[in-house]
Design a protein around this ligand. Structure first.
Ligand code: ADP
Ligand code: MG
Length: 695
């Protein structure tokens, strides 16, 4: 249950005066729908209104605060003309200009002959000063209500600074004093204030320096957020480890059969990772390990051999993939290995229904199925294992912590050992925020014989030339991915672009071109993928659905249209689809000019390196952690206040503190407990609270 002290922060923004449903919608768009979201909506800039010249002294383009006497009003003759109010002081005249004005309102706010204080930007037209829509117009008596330095917030069309500013201030008025959750000596050493004054300070910048993430106030808020994050992770992890695991120690006979059936030996990194997994499984506590390996580093075989370790003990294993395509692909590519091992492996996705599904579930429950491969479907309540001992989650970034836990509930005896695999190379600092101190194995060595991918960047105008070179490559037997970007996150527009390209390329290659996108039904997708995989198609036009995991070793060429719209991580994932076999690959990044600096830098990095870990670090530098974490792609937590490119030291401190806290009061029932619970709720880590015995 959320502590009462926080109730006010969780009320909707419509409870604020001046925020009706229309404004609330706009606020929701930029910040969120609750007061809580508004208090995290920190200023990103400021307007200095401390320049107080006479009208004659005001300079073009300057933000000024003027004291003027209101002169005559001149109403427009038609809708297109603005409403003008001439004002003056001893030095000269200025014309206030209003478009689409409400006459009544202006006559009330600017009565002829009265003195008013106005603030806004002065501009000169034909040597006369004018101010369009002053930001502030108040009588002398209220001059103080114009803040000398005004905070600027991120806005959206239709939402003015005044409105957001007022809403934020309204939310800040309701902020309670909260008990201190940071330990005293640390707080003091850092020179931090309590939470509420820190929050208020962060909202009242007086200079540009106050907007930096390293200010005392903002550092404290960032630390709070990181502490909540680390404490939540530590709690989840502890609860997973609380139940002891089982000792699983296969005799190696099935693994041996599979190894013998492979046309190649495992890489050193694969062997090492497998050894680490085997040791975890053999230990009496619960295994929780992250297997990080760049695209193509060969995670799948590691997963398979580890699962066989459990099967050798007479237990079951499950491999879960984030998409239907991937689940089926794993099932197919692992089929021969399961056969070599002499075990039964089945696949279960949302698409399996009716009788066959029931039969499969029955066989799973009776233990006849040794390994189950599938999608989220394997979480469903109706799925029961006889003895699930080992679970692998592929492409972890698509799954949340909750799903990991749901899976744990599937085990009858003890929670299964868990191997989480991610193809997104995550910089070390970020690994910590998403996985805390989860054990990590890294596949930092690619299978030998991988030919490098030659990456080139070309402007989109040279599309015809690109199409010609693709024609040549195809006649030499190449298989080509042609990737069309996601446009504005609308898969309809997205699809239109892909369909257009498909039509265009079909004109060149006839029926040897396929199209795959997110709107296709599962079996249709499979059919297209299978055709491409079997060489019935030369060119596969795709939206980003192919990004994750798809493996067609024969594909050697990739064209990415509008490469400037993709993030680095995404480009890297996409390119990882080629150069998987032993023939060298070519990746053509087509960009649209003019390109921003960041886009240029991204493309340059892509040309320089294929090392996912290097790319991930560069990505972090380019975008800042906030964005890396914020993307849906990453599946990592998004922070409101913490910016890991500057707050990495705070993250380390928060992790250490979280550990210490749980050592001292494992159930948060000691001295700091109540405050820490409030912290968790404040940052909406409620789920973590539920792992405490006393909720
Ligand atoms: P990812 O880590 O991206 O999931 P995969 O497991 O799909 O990579 O492996 C990529 C390709 O490399 C597959 O075709 C696989 O058969 C092959 N592969 C895996 N391990 C080795 C190895 N040790 N030597 C040669 N090829 C390998
Ligand atoms: Mg994979």
């Amino acid at each position: 249950m959320r502590p009462e002290i926080l109730f006010s922060l969780f009320t909707p923004v419509t409870t604020l005066t001046g925020v009706g449903p229309r404004i609330a919608k706009l606020i929701e768009k930029v910040a969120g729908g609750r007061l809580l979201d508004l208090i995290w909506h920190l200023p990103t800039g400021l307007i200095d209104r401390r320049v107080i010249p006479s009208i004659a002294e005001a300079m073009d383009g300057q933000i000024v605060t003027l004291t003027v006497t209101v002169g005559s009003h001149s109403k427009p003759h038609n809708r297109r003309q603005p409403y003008r109010v001439t004002c003056f002081d001893e030095s000269g005249e200025i014309s206030l200009v209003f478009f689409h004005a409400h006459t009544d309102y202006l006559q009330k706010t600017l009565p002829e002959g009265e003195v008013r204080v106005i603030s806004g930007k002065v501009e000169f037209f034909n040597n006369t000063a004018q101010m369009n829509h002053p930001d502030h117009i108040v009588p002398m008596a209220e001059a103080e209500s114009i803040k000398p330095v005004e905070a600027v917030f991120p806005l959206t069309a239709g939402l003015t600074l005044r409105t957001v500013g007022k809403a934020v201030n309204g939310a800040l008025d309701q902020v309670p004093d909260l008990p201190e959750w940071i330990n005293g000596p640390y707080l003091k050493a850092r020179g931090w204030e309590a939470w509420k004054p820190s929050l208020l300070t962060a909202h009242q910048p007086e200079s540009l320096l106050d907007l930096e993430p390293q200010t005392i106030a903002r550092s404290r808020l960032a630390y709070d957020e990181l502490l909540a994050n680390q404490l939540a992770l530590a709690l989840v992890r502890k609860s997973m480890r609380r139940k002891p695991g089982r000792v699983t120690r296969g005799d190696g006979r099935m693994q041996q059969l599979v190894r013998e059936s492979l046309p190649w030996p495992l890489t050193g990194a694969q062997d090492r990772s497998l050894e680490e997994v085997a040791q975890d499984m053999a230990a009496p506590h619960r295994m929780l390990r992250l297997l990080q390996g760049d695209v193509g580093s060969g995670k799948t075989i590691v997963a398979m051999l580890a699962m066989l370790n459990a099967v050798e003990e007479g237990r079951q294993a499950v491999l879960m993939a984030p998409t239907e395509i991937l689940a089926r692909q794993h099932f197919q590519s692992l089929g021969p290995l399961a056969e070599a091992a002499g075990i039964r492996m089945e696949v279960l996705t949302g698409r399996d229904k009716g009788k066959p599904r029931e039969a499969l579930l029955a066989d799973l429950e009776s233990g006849e199925v040794d390994i189950l491969v599938g999608t989220h479907a394997v979480f469903q309540e109706t799925v029961t294992f006889k003895d699930l001992a080992f679970a692998v989650i592929d492409e972890q970034h698509r799954f949340g912590v909750h799903q990991r836990l749901a899976l744990s509930a599937k085990a009858t005896e003890a929670p299964p050992d868990l191997l989480v695999m991610t193809a997104t190379p995550i910089p070390r600092t970020l690994t910590l925020t998403a996985y805390g101190d989860m054990e990590v194995s890294r596949l930092d060595e690619k299978p030998p014989g991988r030919a490098p991918v030659d990456t080139r960047a070309l402007p989109l105008e040279r599309l015809d030339q690109v199409a010609d070179s693709i024609r040549r490559a195809v006649s030499d037997g190449a298989r080509v991915y042609w990737v069309c970007p996601l446009v504005e996150e609308s898969d309809l527009v997205d699809l239109a672009a892909a369909e257009e390209r498909y039509a265009h390329l079909s004109g060149m290659f006839g029926d040897r071109v396929g199209l795959i996108h997110g709107r296709l039904k599962g079996p249709q997708k499979d059919a297209v993928m299978a055709d491409f995989s079997e060489g019935k198609l030369d060119v596969l036009v795709a939206t980003t659905v192919i990004e994750v995991g798809v493996d067609v070793p024969e594909a050697t060429v990739m064209v990415i249209e509008h490469a400037e719209r993709f993030g680095l991580a995404q480009l890297h994932q996409l390119r990882g689809r080629i150069g998987r076999g032993n023939r060298p690959g070519t990746c053509l990044l087509l960009y649209n000019n003019p390109m921003g600096e960041t886009a240029k830098a991204r493309i340059e990095i892509m040309r320089e390196t294929e090392d996912g870990f290097v790319i991930a670090e560069k990505d972090l530098e380019l975008r800042g952690a906030g964005e890396v974490l914020g993307t849906k792609q990453s599946g990592l937590p998004a922070f409101h206040l913490a910016d890991l490119s500057v707050h990495a030291d705070l993250l380390a401190a928060a992790r250490d503190d979280a550990k210490l806290i749980l050592d001292l009061e494992p159930e948060l029932d000691g001295k700091r407990g109540p405050a820490l619970r409030i912290l968790l709720y404040l940052f909406e880590r409620d789920a973590a609270v539920s792992y405490l015995r006393s909720g």
